[in-house]
Design a protein around this ligand. Structure first.
Ligand code: UDP
Length: 407
């Protein structure tokens, strides 16, 4: 396990000293994070890296997961999709069940903390200001909130306004709300198994394990198998390129315990890919961090062809490895990629194919994109920056005038 001081080799000692200074002001405050899954997806990824480092800074911080069944997660996946603008029907009985599960969890998981930090919509209805006066409540939204379906948005808004502040990943998600809105971008951990430097032999080992040819261009997308990550669109783009260039495609990822649609989307991808031995659809177990790292590092080009995206940590992960990334211009992705400078932003399957071809054929240009991308991540999206933002946010709850009001 890494210690916070280990990060001074990357971000400098001053940043680490500042973190200690701010953390010291939060001594005696207990902070509880709550989300809906321990693994799979960006929220769990960030919490699993951040909580131990915050503890190492001397903070009393914990992480609990909602206790819920598949029926609940079917409903919350619908809510998730509706927030991403998809037309879904959620009936009264489903809303009631959502509320029931949240209510039952109040006694099960809410502890004696000073600050409750709720992540995403699944546990949003845990908020209960009457229950424990003086407790501070924060709601962290990790989803693409640019065009939510109105009825679901209204349902959630009634809860959001009870929180002291709502935290979003990108300016595009700011909305009219009765509570304060804060912008804090996600981040990656440069020392985790997913992002640390690897030896060539570690990368070769993974390629060999899956029978991937290191001498043929590799196009990769790492993502949960979710329609919103557009795995079928990725295969279509690859096929357009394959007519001209002999290349390989890796679609690798798993699911999350709060996402019931994984199996169905994986099957669709496997069916579409089955006739082509150069497509590798890899269903990875959780904690495949070294493998993901190796696959990203072995790639010629990395895609993130999402239809909607809260932030897209995978983009940061690839840029940190100096890889040329082609990603959709949605949600938080344009915060990470300046088009033609630190990566490529696209809007269509054909556009994605065009740029894959270009980048495979112009390795010098592709390298420049990756170099710029790494600098951008180093300056903006490393975990120490996000810890600092969170600590300052917690402090500001006790000093109202420090909160920037965007509402
Ligand atoms: N990830 C993983 N295993 C998988 C698929 C994804 O560990 O099978 C990780 C990925 O490396 C990244 C995170 O999960 O760290 C995904 O975050 P992102 O913001 O890209 O998307 P989300 O899944 O949260 O929508």
């Amino acid at each position: 396990m890494k210690l916070i001081k280990d990060y001074s080799q990357i971000v400098g000692k001053e940043i680490i000293d500042e973190l200690y200074l701010v953390a010291d002001k939060l001594k005696g405050k207990k902070i509880q994070n709550i989300n809906s899954t321990l693994s799979g997806g960006g929220v769990a990824e960030i919490l699993s890296r951040m909580i131990p480092l915050m503890k190492d800074l001397g903070l009393d911080v914990g992480w609990d997961v909602l206790d819920a069944d598949n029926k609940f997660f079917e409903i919350t996946k619908k809510i998730h999709n509706a927030l991403h603008g998809l037309g879904v029907d959620i009936n009264e009985e489903e809303y009631d069940y959502f509320l029931q599960v949240n209510k039952a969890n109040k006694d099960k998981i809410l502890d004696q903390s000073d600050i409750v930090y709720i992540h995403d919509p699944q546990p949003i209805a845990l908020i209960d200001q009457d229950r424990d006066q003086g407790k501070k409540w924060l709601w962290r939204c990790h989803v693409d909130f640019s065009k939510p379906k109105e009825n679901v948005w209204e349902f959630l808004k009634a809860f959001i306004k009870k929180y002291q502040a709502a935290v979003f990943s990108a300016p595009a998600f700011a909305r009219f709300l009765d509570c304060r809105q804060i912008l804090i971008s996600p981040s990656i951990d440069p020392l985790s198994d997913k992002n640390r430097n690897l030896e060539k032999r570690e990368i070769d080992f993974v390629l060999e394990k899956y029978g991937i040819d290191p001498d043929k261009p590799i196009i990769t997308q790492i993502s949960r198998f979710d329609h919103l990550k557009d795995p079928l669109g990725v295969i279509e783009s690859y096929r357009l390129v394959k007519k001209y260039i002999d290349c390989q495609l890796i679609l690798a990822g798993g699911g999350a315990s709060d996402d019931p649609q994984t199996a169905e989307v994986l099957k669709e991808a496997e069916n579409l890919a089955s006739a082509d031995k150069d497509i590798f659809v890899l269903h990875l177990p959780s904690q495949s961090n070294l493998e993901i790292n190796a696959l990203q590092r072995a790639s010629t080009v990395i895609l993130q062809k999402s239809l909607k995206e809260g932030f897209g940590l995978t983009v940061c992960e690839a840029l940190w490895k100096q890889k040329p990334v082609i990603a959709s211009a949605v949600g938080g992705i344009p915060l990470q990629i300046a088009h033609k400078y630190s990566g490529i932003l696209t809007y269509t399957t054909e556009g994605t194919a065009y740029w894959i071809k270009q980048l495979i054929q112009e390795p010098e240009y592709a390298k420049r994109l990756g170099d710029h991308g790494k600098k951008h991540v180093a300056n903006n999206f490393l975990i120490t920056r996000q810890i600092q933002d969170y600590l300052l946010l917690f402090l500001s709850l006790y000093n109202k005038s420090d909160i920037v009001d965007l509402g």
